[in-house]
Design a protein around this ligand. Sequence first.
Ligand SMILES: [Cu+2]
Length: 387
Amino acid sequence: MHLRIRALRLPRRVAFVLPLLLLFAAGCSPEHYPQTGLRPLSDYARIGDDIQNTTFYWAVGVFVLVEGALLYAIFRFRGKPDDPEPRQIHGNTAIEIIWTVVPALILAAIAVPTVRGIFETNAIPKGPEVLTVEVVGHQWWWEFRYPDLKLTTANELHIPVGQTVLVRMGSGDVIHSFWPPRFAGKRDVFPNRETRMWFKAEKAGEYPGQCAEFCGIEHGRMAFRVMAQTPDEFQAWVAHMQTLGPKRAAAAATDSVRTASAGAAVQTGKTPAAKPQAGGQDTAAAAQAAPPSDPAYAAGEKLFMAKGCVGCHSLQAVDAPKGMIGPNLANVGARTTIGAGSFKNTDETLARWIQNPQLLKQGVLMPNLGVTPDEAKSLVAFLRAHK
Ligand SMILES: [Cu+2]
């Protein structure tokens, strides 16, 4: 009687648990949660993904065989009330050899690609086509430096599709972990020690990344975005960023209309007479020069100095000083997010951030500087023009 009731209860439990499991699995949808390591978009990520798949299929095979044998034995040899006691046995050399040798062979089959993958991912790509990026982890944001291009930016890593990127990583404070899941697995980032990874992105797009090592109160808001661009788009971005140098900053400060040629000079490393590059860049640089005539911009610029923002933030992308406490703001006006991927970069959030960063990101290492709403408006106008 008791047994019959339990047998009846089982389907109800299944009916309850199954939808829950389905709901759970729906949470894995890569469209809504793009921060996934299961859809690789680089050669490096594919190495890990292939090993994971190999291991997974072996595991499924083992699961089916073992559970199948178990279920078969349970049903085929189940006891009935008046069965005699079965024959008692002890040990079976043949079976023991089989269940030792077969798993050993399976483990070897998994170990070979795994060890090969470890060596492949640890190799350092060399050659003129390799783009080196330095990643510096900070509490709680990411600094990206391009030593060969002399560029610095923050929280948005621009890379060209189809070109191998060598990522050399370090930390300005505690241990972090750099994790751009579509392109590579997690790799720890240490103070005073360099770690590396490399990858060649396969598809243009904007992809999320995240610090993956608990590093303090705002670890959860230490995200970044990978902007994978076509080679042409990337070159245009580099050319534009190279107009955001110290000369441009100086020229803008004196309200010079010649900013465009100064920008071009930084870009080519030659005199201002050097031939301008693509026409679009000159207009971009000219647009940069325009804002100083806006009174809000001028007021914002004064506040940026007076409130001490300048002590923690650099406004030049070219040859930016190292070891700044806050993110580089040379192109902050163009970035999609602020607060290391935490908030959309709208004028409203930017103003709220400047007035009270602690309110948006508790414990953040940017102090509350007592900026009034009006002052914040001017600072937003100033920063928005830096793009
Ligand atoms: Cu971190």
